[in-house]
Design a protein around this ligand. Structure first.
Ligand code: ADP
Ligand code: MG
Length: 157
């Protein structure tokens, strides 16, 4: 039995790092929330999602949809007095960081992000470019773009 199992393991192809780009278009905030929820169902403990896009593109809306799907019932809004917040309510805690007002991490406590992003939580970061090297490898990169009016393009890598 043992021999069969180990044979199986050896003959299996080595895992490849898969990078796939999926594009959605939405016409309402609810549709953007639904795209966030769809991504959330594929996330696991410790996963990090970077969400890029201009002000008002829908980053927080996307995170709200994802957080709801992960069981968060508290209101999901842009953190105002801190760079982030942690939501409970689901099986896993959800950390939500918005680095917009920070400009850069230089001069900040290096452990700033660690207060929020832990191996036990699922993390979402708006304006990740501000902390790019410190954030490490994400499970997904989300880019949201205005297409005029309420239309948005959402790319998930
Ligand atoms: P960001 O976090 O990127 O600054 P928010 O999610 O806070 O953006 O705000 C997006 C705004 O755009 C909200 O007022 C939302 O209602 C509005 N909106 C209109 N259409 C959409 C859409 N298709 N997807 C997301 N937000 C939309
Ligand atoms: Mg926001």
């Amino acid at each position: 039995m043992k021999a069969i199992l180990s044979h199986r393991r050896v003959s299996r192809k080595p895992p490849t790092v898969e990078s796939r780009l999926v594009r959605h278009e939405t016409g309402t905030p609810e549709e953007t929330e639904a795209v966030g929820a769809e991504l959330a169902r594929r996330l696991d403990r410790g996963d990090l999602v970077l969400v890029t896009g201009e002000l008002g593109s829908g980053k927080t809306t996307f995170v709200r949809g994802a957080a709801r799907a992960l069981g968060v019932t508290d209101p999901v809004t842009s953190p105002t007095f801190t760079i982030g917040q942690v939501y409970g309510g689901g099986a896993l805690e959800v950390a939500h960081i918005d680095l917009y007002r920070l400009r850069s991490l230089s001069g900040e406590d290096p452990a700033l992000l660690d207060d929020y992003l832990t191996p036990e939580r699922i993390g979402f970061v708006e304006w990740p470019e501000i902390a790019a090297p410190e954030l490490g490898r994400p499970a997904a990169r989300v880019t949201i773009e205005h297409l005029g009016g309420d239309r948005r393009a959402i790319e998930i890598e």
